[in-house]
Design a protein around this ligand. Sequence first.
Ligand code: ATP
Ligand code: MG
Length: 420
Amino acid sequence: MRYSQLFTKTSKSAPHDAESINARLLEQAGFVRQEMAGVYSWLPLGLRVLRKVENIIREEMNALGAQEILMPALQPKENWLQTGRWDSVDVLFKVPSQTKKEYALGPSAEEIVTPLVQQFVKSYKDLPTSVYQIHWKYRDELRAKSGVMRGREFEMKDLYSFHTAQEDLDAFYVKVTETYLRVYTRCGVDAKVVQASGGVFSEKFSHEFHVETPAGEDRLLMCSSCTFAQNIEVATVKEGDPCSQCGGKIRLTKGVEVGNIYDCGKKYSDAFNFDVSFEDGTQGRVLTGCYGIGVTRLVGAIVEASHDDRGMIWPKSVAPFHVHLISLGSKDAEVAKCVQSAAQELYESLSANGVEVLWDEREGVSAGEKFADADLIGVPLRLVVSEKTLKEDSVELKMRTGQEMRLVKIQDVEREINNF
Ligand code: ATP
Ligand code: MG
């Protein structure tokens, strides 16, 4: 993409109301725009990141054997009355209609998915099965803060599994845990499994997935030596205690919850009388598991985990572009033309070979300004074409994570890029 075609612009100053790093950097770089507290527009650069995160999740869900569907955000009140959650979920948005009816704006989709799957699944032979969606959710959060990490409208991947036997649900739960960890690793963040209690969206206990960051809203107790970790809200240990698993020291830290998985047991199948015929001919109640990933929150968490004082630093797998190509001007109009055409050639050949390039071809913009924008936007690899580099038939290559710049011959650029 040519930079001058982006309708968004970066801004030099932070938005005045941005209280978190992800909100400040994402807004300043023109990835998102806050429309009101907790509600964002996703702009071209931000949407490219969001789509990449979604696709990583989608690939991993499909590999798990789950089937993708799309359920409504506008949901019937009756279903919510049936589970008792119309009155118990404090963050539920209730939408009145001119027909005097009321609807729920889905904060999750158990009330839809359970009766939906029930319509098709009648026998143990139809189970286990699992479905997921990647869709927007609505929660009337008291305080929408932490930028895209706590929205009133946010994107979630929600997966639901249905089983006849507890062992089967347990085995799937373990597979989902492994899948989630793979999702976070592929997105370039290190997430930890944390034991937690249930809550209004869940059952007796759950496991959360946390990215450790000072920007996190949750306080966690983690073992310094092993993987033991608990959310402080449920904790059976306290800071400084010896770890019950390995004797290591328990430390207190902060994390942002980027995923949560629950064994819901019969909670939802009881509410809808979801039975199937078992192998022995009897009727038996279905067991369900519910598994969420906060997709938009994950984008925010990646920024919190990966930035410096100049801007964002995207992991290659979710970066809006692979390469940020900059062509610099010159006082000599002829030279400037040569630089532009060399850059254009490079842009076209890289793009033709599947490299995603953002080419800052703006004229009359200083080198300093272009470099500052590149650092803010945070594409992992920067290439600069200038009068100086062209004298060497080269471009200057720099990783966003490092300081080192080096000249690479133009004909070797493609190979260099494939290696990073
Ligand atoms: P939290 O404890 O942060 O309020 P939750 O436990 O209520 O979240 P779940 O109902 O388990 O969240 O939803 C699944 C995932 O959706 C969460 O792990 C989180 O990553 C994400 N999520 C939940 N609420 C929000 C929100 N208001 N904004 C952005 N993401 C959210
Ligand atoms: Mg939670």
